[in-house]
Design a protein around this ligand. Structure first.
Ligand code: TYM
Length: 329
């Protein structure tokens, strides 16, 4: 039996290098194994958990799908839009009935995103149940994600085990997979914080569709420190460590190896710019081709939906029956 690999990305902004090195490239590496059976979802319902603009959400959903294909995701991998498979929301309700309020309020992302806000959408609190449904609906075994999703993944396995123990074997228990060095890439301007699609002014975020001049300008303004020599010291010298991590990941080396032979922050920044531009150039070119043919992207999304929906419906039907719903045909 092939190994079911599943991940999701939410269209709250343009994809950035943290998404790429934390989740997309590890996903593509897993997909290269002929024994892998890959399913990827554009998690548009998750984007509704925070303030949003309807037209922008629609545009970003297509942009995200197009960018994933431009990164090299094979159109035969099942790529689909979450909301087009309603079994996800149905299963989410059954998992909300398996989780507790305490578990949801303990989620670090909920605490971070709700802090200081007096109008929090209820769905921001319940979102991990929907994410668990995304994963469990597809009988997922491996979930490539960055560090920030690890807690949600742990909750997913807790809920799956609890459901199975209480109502009988229903769900496959998934495991997360995080990359060794790039599970939490940092913002170039604020190297103690995570690089993210949203939340900063974007000056320290390398977006996958940034052109070479923009990449060069952002890397030039990356925060380092005044020390003349280079060393990999994530706690003491987070800016240099983040650039070394990035350079190493893009050139197939450890962060320490990436620094060897480089003299000073200027040389490090030049090497980083070169490596990022080399990695992103093909993505940008392919994106331009795909963007000119939106019907093809729609075709991939439709084929993805059609391929995965029956499995998700079957898993949800198992869960409905196990939990005690009558299900009159
Ligand atoms: P999202 O859209 O915030 O991020 C998508 C993926 O990118 C990873 N990531 C990072 N990795 C390393 N360094 C960073 N700076 C960085 N920023 C983001 C994230 O960890 C994630 O793997 N809830 C999810 C989307 C989702 C999902 C799922 C994921 C919905 N359903 C089911 C897995 C399985 C999210 O908000 O990811």
């Amino acid at each position: 039996m092939p190994t079911r690999v599943f991940t999701g990305l939410k269209p709250t902004g343009s994809l950035q290098l943290g998404n790429y090195l934390g989740a997309i490239r590890p996903l593509l590496d897993l997909a290269a194994d002929p024994g892998a059976d890959v399913v990827v979802c554009v998690a548009d319902l998750h984007a509704l958990t925070v303030e949003h603009d309807p037209a922008l959400l629609r545009a970003r959903t297509r942009e995200l799908a197009t960018t994933l294909l431009a990164c090299g995701l094979d159109p035969s991998a099942r790529l689909f839009v979450q909301s087009t498979v309603p079994a996800h929301t149905e299963l989410a309700h059954l998992l909300e009935c398996t989780a507790t309020y305490g578990e949801m309020t303990r989620m670090v992302q909920f605490k971070e995103k709700s802090a200081g806000s007096d109008s929090i959408r209820l769905s921001l609190l319940t979102y991990p149940a929907l994410m668990a449904a995304d994963i469990l609906a597809h009988d997922t075994e491996v979930v490539p994600v960055g560090e920030d999703q690890r807690q949600h993944l742990e909750l997913t396995t807790t809920l799956a085990r609890r459901f199975n123990a209480r109502y009988g074997e229903t769900f496959v228990i998934p495991r997360g997979s995080t990359p060794p060095t790039t599970a939490r890439l940092k913002d170039l301007r604020d190297p103690r914080s995570k690089m993210g699609k949203t939340g900063s002014d974007g000056a320290g975020v390398l977006f996958l569709l940034d052109d070479p001049d923009t990449v060069a300008a952002k890397v030039r303004r990356a925060v380092t420190d005044g020390e003349p020599s280079l060393a990999f010291d994530p706690d003491g010298r987070p800016g240099v460590a983040n650039l070394a991590t990035l350079l190493g990941a893009l050139t197939g080396r450890s962060p320490e190896e990436a620094l060897a032979g480089l003299r000073g922050a200027g040389a490090l920044k030049s090497a980083v710019t070169e490596a990022v531009v080399a990695a992103l150039d093909p993505v940008r070119c392919r994106y331009a081709e795909l963007e000119a043919d939106p019907a093809e992207v729609d075709r991939v999304l439709r084929a993805g939906r059609d391929a995965v929906a029956p499995g998700a419906v079957a898993t949800t039907a198992r869960a409905r029956e196990a939990i005690g719903l009558l299900g009159v045909a």
